[in-house]
Design a binder for this molecule. Structure first.
Ligand code: PMP
Length: 362
């Protein structure tokens, strides 16, 4: 039992900024004099439409999204997008290139295989996804409809430090675990997408940012709610969207803007990750498996010398108020997910705990 809020290092759903939760709490019974909660509003009402349009505008502003991109809110999470992007973008060519640098990019490729031919342009499984390929290592196919990669590998703790190119084919990026963490040049992408539950909002939707000249040719059986042309036409509302969660995204975007936007967010995140990486580099009790050049700023993976000690660490850290540090079952060890809402204080305290644990267990 904890009387206070604890530091939650969950990979997602994860921490939301306290001021966002407080604002949501303050508005929960009566939103802006409407006499009702945002949860209770018709998605077609004027008051909700204002919220919805302003969330899209705020996202455009914060991410500096050029006007030739559409912003869509999709249900089915990022996994839903694994399927829908293939259904919509494979087109007549029926083939696409995928870089596999972790579990989610592998899942994205497997899902796409149901709808066309998938060429694996690179697979980092040979070194248990501890690194990221360089551009010249990507084996791209001529005539592919798009190239897909996952910018930040949530489970393995690696991230692409450059935006790959694909001989002119649109680049599609899964940014589920790094969106809004630092500035991104949206114009380099054909499509960006992300599940909401890490840096954006409560779980329940995914954001798609798609350039308006991308050839969208939905396969004939594509369900209406997964058809990007239909979603563009219906402004993401062919049916009831997750209204409350989208409203929370608006509050999160206000919070980012108040902090100084993505430039500032990026600096804060990089300083935060450095605290933990510097500590990991300065001792030999903990090992950080991800190659230095490929280290993620959002998901920091580390291990001790044995599985028993890892299990002890997970148990004792949880009891001390550092939740969800147990690594994903595919890799074991530990993982600290330090998304936007994790305060630097949380990382500093974690490092103190790690230091203490090391002294007690060496
Ligand atoms: N891609 C990445 C990079 C992820 O981290 C996750 C979820 N952890 C997913 C995709 C799947 O997201 P969802 O649960 O929204 O389908």
């Amino acid at each position: 039992m904890f009387k206070e809020r604890i530091y939650n290092f969950s990979a997602g759903p994860s921490m939301l900024p306290v001021s966002v939760l407080e604002r949501a709490a303050g508005e929960i019974l009566n939103y802006n004099g409407s006499g009702m909660s945002v949860m209770e509003m018709s998605h077609r009402s004027k008051v909700y439409d204002e919220i919805f349009q302003s969330v899209k505008e705020k996202l455009r502003k914060v991410m500096n999204i050029p006007s030739n991109y559409h912003v869509l809110f999709m249900q089915g999470g990022a996994t839903g997008v694994f399927a829908s992007l293939a259904m919509n973008l494979m087109g007549e060519n029926g083939k696409a290139d995928y870089a596999v640098t972790g579990n989610f990019s592998k899942n994205a490729a497997s899902e796409a295989k149901k709808y066309g031919t998938v060429n694996i342009a690179y697979d980092t499984a040979d070194k248990n996804h501890t690194y990221i390929p360089v551009q010249s290592d990507l084996k791209l196919t001529s005539g592919a409809s798009y190239f897909h990669y996952c910018a930040n590998n949530t489970i393995f703790g690696t991230a692409w430090k450059y935006v790959p190119t694909a001989n002119g084919a649109p680049v599609v990026s899964d940014m589920s675990s790094c969106i809004l963490s630092e500035p991104v040049d949206v114009s380099k992408f054909g499509m960006i997408y992300a599940g909401a539950q890490k840096n954006m909002a409560p779980a329940g939707f995914a954001v798609i940012i798609i350039r308006d000249d991308i050839a969208i040719k939905p396969l004939p059986f594509t369900p209406k709610v997964l058809d990007y042309n239909m979603m563009i036409k219906e402004d993401s509302m062919p049916n009831t969207p997750p209204t409350y969660n989208i409203y929370i995204l608006g509050l999160v975007l206000d919070w980012i803007q108040e902090l100084g936007g993505l430039n500032e967010m990026g600096k804060i995140n990089s300083a935060k990750a450095k605290i933990l990486y510097d500590f990991l580099d300065s001792n030999n009790f903990y090992v950080a498996p991800a190659q230095k050049e490929a280290r993620s700023m959002m998901n920091i993976t580390f291990k001790t010398a044995s599985e028993e000690l890892d299990a002890k660490f997970a148990k004792e850290s949880a009891a001390a108020g550092f939740a969800n540090l147990k690594g994903h079952r595919l890799v074991g060890g530990m993982r600290a997910s330090v998304y936007n809402a994790m305060p630097a204080e949380g990382v500093k305290k974690l490092v103190e705990f790690m230091d203490k644990f090391e002294k007690e267990n060496k």
